[in-house]
Design a protein around this ligand. Structure first.
Ligand code: AMP
Length: 308
């Protein structure tokens, strides 16, 4: 069975959208990555940290989906990472209200022995030093390392972030963050600058406007499926990244052509994530639903045009 190693947060989120408000629910970048990757029948090993306030039922739910949580440290007496955000009326932009690192502040990740040779590694959104430490522990050079990050780490740990970016093959980042990281407004120029920082492939996520894949002169665009109901965009970026990484882990084909498919799979899964609050939709998503929507993606983007 193919293996994916994923590091990131397992968190409590409190979310406000124009459609409602949640108290602390399960969230975190690693959680969404794992749930997305579980769609590919692969084994995903999570590396993260939680406090003993994290209900075991949540970890069991992940285990039931082929997600190995032996690399998720439970700190006795510690509190789990907490994030709270409020979405604007357009549902595309949000304000972070609270980021409480809690147990994440002193986290030393330990990669489980059986994931040290994982061919594909997803460095989910987390402190860049933790991302680097995971790479340091690998016994074999992975076929592909994918990194996701956000403005929080650009603001608080830019030098460490630049160091880990040098070591990865693919970066997935949203449009505003690509602009912040590169200092370029044009996304084409931003991707070029980010290439120069290390990654051969740059994926820029544009929320409801889809995603762009860049690779030294090549460019590919995948739309986001226009949805009638967007309930809560939290985790869409991580779900995209998890779908991308999960598909690459399943196929172990790192060609540009195959990466286009990975972008489509990522967009497809992200379109489900936003339909309910938190992880709810991703937890009960079936293969049939995924395939049906992939068909809609095909129909959305395929056309015949005669060029005279
Ligand atoms: P996304 O909507 O894909 O950007 O991801 C939202 C998820 O990221 C939430 O479930 C949060 O728990 C988690 N998150 C928020 N801030 C951070 C951070 N600074 N580092 C890691 N994960 C975070």
């Amino acid at each position: 069975m193919s293996k994916l190693l994923a590091v990131g947060t397992v968190a409590f989120d409190a979310i406000e959208t124009p459609f409602g408000k949640t108290d602390k629910i399960l969230g975190g970048s690693a959680t969404f990555v794992g749930l997305a990757a579980s769609q590919f029948g692969i084994k995903t090993g999570l590396v993260s940290v939680v406090g003993d306030d994290m209900p075991t039922a949540y970890l069991t739910m992940l285990n039931e989906r082929n997600i190995d949580t032996s690399g998720v440290e439970v700190v006795q007496g510690g509190k789990t990472f907490f994030w709270s955000g409020r979405y604007h009326n357009d549902m595309n932009s949000r304000d972070t209200l609270i980021t409480d690192l809690n147990t994440l502040a002193d986290f030393n990740p330990v990669v489980p022995e059986n994931f040290k040779d994982a061919p594909i590694v997803m460095l989910g959104n987390l402190h860049p030093l933790t991302q680097s430490s995971v790479l340091d522990q690998l016994s074999e050079k992975p076929k592909m390392v994918i990194l996701d990050t956000m403005n929080f780490w650009m603001d608080s740990a830019l030098d460490d972030l630049v160091d880990v970016i040098k070591r990865v093959d693919v970066i997935t980042i949203n449009d505003e963050e690509a602009r912040q990281l590169s200092g370029e407004y044009s996304l084409v120029n931003a991707a070029k600058k980010i290439h120069e920082m290390g990654p051969k492939y740059v994926v820029i996520k544009k929320g409801e406007h889809g995603a762009l894949l860049f690779n030294e002169g090549n460019m590919f665009f995948a739309p986001a499926l226009p949805l009638a109901e967007v309930f809560d965009p939290t985790g869409a970026g991580d779900t995209f990244a998890g779908g991308f990484a999960g598909y690459i882990a399943k196929t172990e084909d790192i060609s540009f052509e195959n990466m286009k498919n990975a972008v489509i799979y990522g967009s497809n899964l992200a379109s489900f994530c936003v339909e309910k609050f938190g992880t709810e939709r991703m937890q009960d998503l079936t293969k049939e639903e995924v395939h049906k929507r992939l068909q809609s993606f095909k129909e959305l983007t395929q056309f015949e045009i005669k060029l005279n």
